[in-house]
Design a protein around this ligand. Structure first.
Ligand code: GLU
Length: 467
């Protein structure tokens, strides 16, 4: 049974890179009928916050990535202590009493000798004995893992192929701090074992941690999961994706009016491919996802492509759903959608023209409240010679049955009587009623805005025409 996990640290928002890792792990587990686990790695007490935990949960929910859990590392401290004790008993770990000052001095000396700073193993039992080191009274030690001195650590990475690191490169890492909180490399191994992970997929910023973790698996006599390290996401400028490049928090995309299926599709494609497919459903992702097609080089985040995908998904989205999503944006814009045009009909009319729900709302404002045309638009379109035709049209609109077809008829007959071409009348009419020069077809637009509003807006704007 395949088991994968996403193990974020709640020290910020759920960012795009994390969400992509989660998506890959989720899709792989789904594809194989396995389980996907959410584990919150909240051991950094200084930087972890409840708000970030919430942001992670919100992001997972919005992207609709269902999981087993969430598990929280801070609730498992007894378990880490238990395994650390096991390693102590077996001689794979030892208490270290070195103070921060001693460690700083040690590293400083190493630097002066042009050596790589690393823990020198002074509290390894045989060294402590040789150096006659005695535990200071009352001091709480950290627990260090006794890394093998010789040999190599090697694994066949699902993304990067075989990676080999010499043990000589690794020092004895702290696994349990004096306060009993595990370090990342230890907590992650204990959890991945207990939670029966078969595949550990994460960002390649963790490649250097993996050999340390593998040594801990060996010391515990546990089989290894498969490891896969996915390249980072870069901004357009080739730098690692950061706030500088715009939105990096997943929920920010929600706030900007993106649809989750668009972000899922985009993230899936960002660093993984299935032939030439650019637009595909989450079902297809689950059907197709594999590690063979994860790109070995970092992907670049392309906001334009994401917008393009979002536009495609908005076009296809159900109108009632879009209406529900658009409403809060409209309210923010000071529109009350409770009365007037049914929002689902408005979005149906506008959705071909926008790339986000926020744009959809912006485009819908004039259906709910008048927008004053700019002076420039008035100057361009309010000509004295069309004023009589518009006045005529207004009288007609006051009397007809209010439907798109009848509005269209009224416009046509006024055009004929005044010997005008469509744009000559339609443009000022559009500007008068909507405040804008570009709208969907004028009859459909007027129909939805409603007779009362149309007539009132025309009356007001006719006064702005030149004499
Ligand atoms: N908490 C680690 C992180 O957020 C998890 C890495 C892993 O998946 O092992 O980077």
């Amino acid at each position: 049974m395949i088991r994968t996990r996403f193990a974020p640290s709640p020290t910020g928002y759920l960012h795009i890179g994390g969400a992509r890792t989660a998506l890959y792990c989720w899709a792989f587990a789904k594809r194989h009928g396995g389980a996907f686990v959410l584990r919150v790695e909240d051991t950094d007490r200084e930087r972890s916050t409840d708000a970030s935990v919430q942001a992670i949960l919100d992001g997972m929910q919005w992207l609709d990535l269902d999981y087993e859990g969430p598990y929280f590392q801070m609730k498992r401290l007894d378990r880490y202590r238990e395994i650390a004790d096991e390693l102590l008993r077996n001689g794979h770990a030892y208490p270290c009493y070195a103070t921060k000052e001693e460690l700083d001095a040690m590293r400083e000396q190493q630097r002066q000798r042009n050596e790589k700073p690393r823990y020198d193993g002074r509290w390894r039992p045989e060294n402590a004995q040789r150096l006659s080191l005695k535990p200071p009274a009352g001091a709480q030690p950290v627990i260090r893992f006794r890394n093998p001195d010789a040999g190599d650590v090697s694994w066949n990475d699902l993304v990067k192929g075989t990676i080999t690191i010499a043990n000589g490169e690794l020092d004895d890492l702290v696994i349990l701090r004096a306060d009993g909180i595990p370090t990342y490399n230890f907590g992650v191994v204990v959890d991945d074992i207990d939670m029966e992970m078969t595949h550990v997929i994460r960002g390649d910023d963790h490649v250097n941690n993996t050999p340390r973790q593998i040594n801990i698996y060996h010391a515990l006599g546990k089989p290894l999961p498969l490891f896969g390290h996915v390249p980072m996401i870069l901004g357009q400028d080739g730098e690692r994706l950061s706030k500088r490049h715009g939105a990096v928090g997943v929920m920010q995309y929600f706030e900007e009016g993106f649809l989750p299926e668009a972000l899922v599709n985009y993230l899936a494609r960002l660093g993984w491919s299935h032939g030439d497919n650019e637009k595909f459903s989450r079902e297809k992702l689950v059907e197709w996802f594999d590690f063979e097609h994860i790109s070995g080089s970092p992907a670049r985040f392309d906001p334009d492509k994401l917008r393009w995908l979002n536009q495609q998904y908005i076009k296809e989205a159900d109108n009632d759903r879009l209406a529900i999503l658009t409403q809060p944006f409209l309210e923010r814009d000071g529109c009350s959608t409770g009365q007037g045009a049914p929002l689902a009909s408005v979005v149906a009319l506008l959705k071909e023209r926008v790339s986000t729900v926020e744009e959809l709302a912006d485009a819908a404002v004039y259906f709910y409240r008048p927008l004053e045309p700019s002076a420039e638009l008035q100057r361009q379109h309010y000509a004295s010679d069309v004023k009589p035709a518009l006045t005529d049209l207004q009288s007609r609109l006051a009397e007809i049955e209010w439907s798109r077809a009848k509005i269209n008829e009224a416009v046509k007959s006024v055009l004929a009587e005044h010997k005008l071409k469509m744009p000559k009348l339609a443009m000022p009419l559009r500007v008068m009623v909507t405040g804008e020069a570009q709208t969907p077809s004028i009859d459909a637009t007027l129909e939805l805005i409603g007779r009362e509003q149309v007539l009132a807006r025309m009356t007001k704007q006719l006064q702005a025409f030149p004499m």
